[in-house]
Ligand binder design. Structure first.
Ligand code: CA
Length: 228
């Protein structure tokens, strides 16, 4: 089962989160100090880090920055009382994978934990997914078309990666919504369609020889372009 490092200095909050996670059979290691967290991260492997921003010694932000600078790629969910856009952007820019303002419900946190642990990432052994001239590296988040590196948004990457991993089946907007967005309730199937259409344009602008085909009533499949 997945091992989670929880860094939270509010004892009561920390204990509740630990109970929620343990009830779902996750193994939890909890600490209330930033420097302690850094030490643990240097010496032990975790599948996910849940990190409070405001800590008595190092801030969660500093812990994450140092960890990423050392090359640590374990996914991180920031939990914090700061819900303003600047803090959110700073958290995500310094390498957090998700950001959850306090207070939050156990359901919401657990949904995000599941979503992140399901993502293709360093925990999987898949080093490269490829089709025609497209190559995608789930562990580093990099995409190449021929030998040119292409930048996609986080969600575009996640959708493309999902489609590449499920090449033999049609993936409906509903499936993508469930698998890629999961806990983001404001997103609709229509937003998924719009994102796929944007992704299609991006790929075609980069001369990608993979088409995202729509099968009416079923969903999307990837199809290599055939030269004629
Ligand atoms: Ca705190």
């Amino acid at each position: 089962m997945s091992k989670i490092l929880l860094v939270e200095d509010d004892q009561e909050v920390g204990e509740s989160i630990t109970t929620w996670l343990e009830n779902e059979s996750y193994t939890v290691e909890m600490t209330s100090s930033g420097s302690d967290a850094s030490q643990l991260l240097e010496n032990f492997w975790f599948d996910l880090i849940i990190l409070d921003w405001g800590l008595p010694d190092l801030s969660g932000y500093e812990v994450l920055q140092k960890f990423r600078e050392r090359g640590g790629n374990t996914p991180v969910i920031f939990i914090t009382a700061r819900a303003d856009m600047d803090s959110k952007t700073a958290g995500l820019d310094c390498g957090a994978d998700d950001y959850l303002p306090k207070p939050f419900s156990p359901r919401e946190l657990l949904a995000r934990v599941r979503a992140i642990l399901r993502r293709p990432g360093p925990r999987t052994s898949v080093k490269e997914l490829s089709l025609a001239n497209l190559r995608l590296h789930p562990d580093t988040g990099r995409i190449f078309i021929d030998d040119m590196e292409v930048r996609l948004s986080g969600k575009e990457f996640a959708v493309l990666s999902y489609l590449l991993q499920h090449q033999n089946q049609a993936c409906s907007p509903r499936t993508l919504l469930k698998e890629v967005w999961e806990s983001e309730t404001e997103v609709t199937e229509d937003s998924v369609r719009k994102l796929v259409s944007r992704l299609r344009q991006r790929l075609s602008a980069c001369r990608c020889q993979v088409n995202i085909k729509t099968e009416a009533g079923h969903g999307y499949t990837l199809e290599p372009e055939i030269d004629c």
